[in-house]
Design a protein. Structure first.
Ligand SMILES: NC(=O)c1ccc[n+]([C@@H]2O[C@H](COP(=O)([O-])OP(=O)(O)OC[C@H]3O[C@@H](n4cnc5c(N)ncnc54)[C@H](O)[C@@H]3O)[C@@H](O)[C@H]2O)c1
Length: 371
C-alpha cells in the first residue's frame, strides 16, 4: 500500500502522524511511504531522517493526496485538504466529527474512508488513541500550574514542593481518570500535598492503593470541594462524563473561596470545563485572571510539547496503521473490532451512531456496507 503523510497545516500544530521509525516499520512490511517535506520538522525529525529509512519526500501536499491509498494525519482535514482527498482513500486521523457538520459533510462528499483515532475502542471501552494525549496533558498540568504560581507569572509566588521549614503547595485534582492520575503523580513528585477527587469510589480505592503518601483521595461532592478549596494553591480540572459537557464542580461563587494568586488549570476545557469561569485559551495567550485566580485553559495542551506528543501518539497509532496497510481496510475492519469502531464515514455514509445523531443524518451499520 502507498501511505502518505502530509505536513499538518492547522495553526500551531507541530505534530506529525508518522515517525521515521514508523515509516521504517511500514516499509519493512512491504509498503511504500511518502512524506511531505518538513512534515516532521516541528517534532524534531528532518526529511533526511525519513529518507534514511527508505521513505520518499514529496514537495507538495497535492502529491501526497493524489497518490496515497492511505493518508495518515494528526488533525482533521481543513481548508484545501477537503478537495484533495479522493473517493475510496483511507484517511486515518483525529476527526472529532461531532464537533463539525462542515467536516462531516465534506468527508461524505468526497467519499473517503474516514477512520477516526478518537473512536477506535478496545473491548474494555478504553480509547487507546486518546489516552496518550490525556497522559501528556495530565503530566503537563502541574508543570503549567507550577509556572503560573510564580510571582512574575501572576501567581502567589509559591514553590510546589516548598523547601525544608516551609510547607509544600496544596494541589486539588478534580477527576481521577487518565489526566487526573498523571497530574496527581507529577504534582506529588514535585513534593506538593495532593488531594484527588473522583465520583467513582472504585477509582478512589484504586488510586488510594497506587498513589504515593502525599496524595489523599476524596469523594467528589460539593461539600468536600468547598471544604478544601480555601487551602488549594493549584486546582487541576480533569473530569469527564463521556459524551456530555463537564459538570461545573467549581462555580463562579465558589471561586471566591480561593486565595489571591492561586491557579486553576482546567484540562477538561475541551468538554466545556469543570470550573465555571473557564473558557478555552491558546498557547499564544494561555491565561487570564478572574477574582484574583489565574486561569490556564488551553484546549490543546499537548501542542506545546510536540516532540513528546508525536512519540506518544505514534506509539499508539502505528500498530493500527500497520494492520490496516497489511490487511487492507475491509479485512482490517472485519477482523479487528477496535478498527471497526474507528470507521466513521465511508462511501458518503455515516457509520458511527454518535456522529449521525449529532447532525440528524442517516446512520448505516458498518456490516450493511462491508460484508
Ligand atoms: N486540554 C487538553 O489539551 C486536553 C488533552 C487531553 C484530554 N483532555 C480532556 O481532559 C478530560 C479528562 O480526560 P481523561 O482522559 O482523564 O478522562 P477519563 O475518563 O480517564 O477520566 C475522567 C474521570 O472523571 C471522573 N468524574 C466524572 N464525573 C466526576 C465528578 N462529578 N467529580 C469528580 N470526578 C468525576 C470519572 O470518574 C473519571 O475517573 C477530558 O475532557 C479530555 O477531553 C484535554
Amino acid at each position: 500500500m502507498l501511505i502518505g503523510v502530509p505536513k499538518e497545516i492547522k495553526s500551531n500544530e507541530n505534530r506529525v502522524a508518522l515517525l521515521p521509525v514508523g515509516a521504517s516499520t511500514l516499509i519493512q512490511n512491504g509498503h511504500k511511504v511518502v512524506v511531505e517535506t518538513n512534515a516532521g520538522a516541528g517534532s524534531g525529525f528532518s526529511d533526511n531522517d525519513y529518507k534514511s529509512v527508505g521513505a520518499e519526500i514529496a514537495s507538495t501536499p497535492q502529491e501526497i493526496f493524489a497518490n496515497s491509498e492511505m493518508v495518515m494525519k494528526v488533525k482533521e482535514p481543513i481548508d484545501h485538504e477537503y478537495e484533495m482527498i479522493r473517493e475510496g482513500q483511507i484517511v486515518f486521523t483525529y476527526f472529532h466529527f461531532a464537533a463539525s457538520k462542515e467536516l462531516t459533510e465534506g468527508m461524505m462528499k468526497n467519499k473517503c474512508v474516514a477512520i477516526a483515532y478518537e473512536t477506535v475502542q478496545k473491548a474494555d471501552r478504553s480509547l487507546p488513541l486518546l489516552i496518550p494525549m490525556s497522559e501528556v496533558a495530565g503530566r503537563m498540568a502541574p508543570q503549567e500550574g507550577a509556572k503560573y504560581l510564580e510571582k512574575v507569572m501572576g501567581g502567589r509566588g509559591i514553590l510546589l514542593g516548598g523547601v525544608p521549614g516551609t510547607g509544600p503547595a496544596e494541589v486539588m485534582v478534580l477527576g481521577g481518570g487518565i489526566v487526573g492520575t498523571n497530574a496527581a503523580k507529577i504534582a506529588a513528585g514535585f513534593g506538593a500535598r495532593v488531594m484527588i477527587l473522583d465520583s467513582n469510589l472504585y477509582r478512589l480505592r484504586y488510586l488510594d492503593d497506587v498513589m504515593p503518601k502525599n496524595v489523599n483521595t476524596l469523594m467528589s461532592n460539593e461539600y468536600y470541594i468547598r471544604e478544601n478549596l480555601h487551602k488549594a494553591d493549584l486546582v487541576i480540572g480533569s473530569v469527564l462524563i463521556p459524551g456530555a459537557k463537564a459538570p461545573k464542580l467549581i462555580t463562579k461563587d465558589m471561586l471566591k473561596i480561593m486565595k489571591e494568586g492561586s491557579v486553576v488549570v482546567d484540562v477538561s476545557v475541551d468538554q466545556g470545563g469543570c470550573i465555571e469561569t473557564c473558557h478555552p485559551t491558546t498557547h499564544e495567550k494561555p491565561t487570564y485572571v478572574v477574582d484574583g485566580v489565574v486561569h490556564y485553559c488551553v484546549a490543546n495542551m499537548p501542542g506545546a510539547v510536540p516532540h513528546t506528543s508525536t512519540l506518544a501518539l505514534t506509539n499508539a497509532t502505528l500498530p493500527y496503521a500497520v494492520e490496516i496497510a497489511n490487511k487492507g481496510f475491509e479485512k482490517a475492519i472485519k477482523t479487528n473490532p477496535e478498527i471497526k469502531l474507528g470507521l466513521n464515514v465511508i462511501d458518503g455514509k455515516i457509520t458511527y451512531k454518535g456522529v449521525a445523531e449529532a447532525f440528524n443524518f442517516e446512520y448505516h451499520s458498518v456490516d450493511s456496507i462491508i460484508n
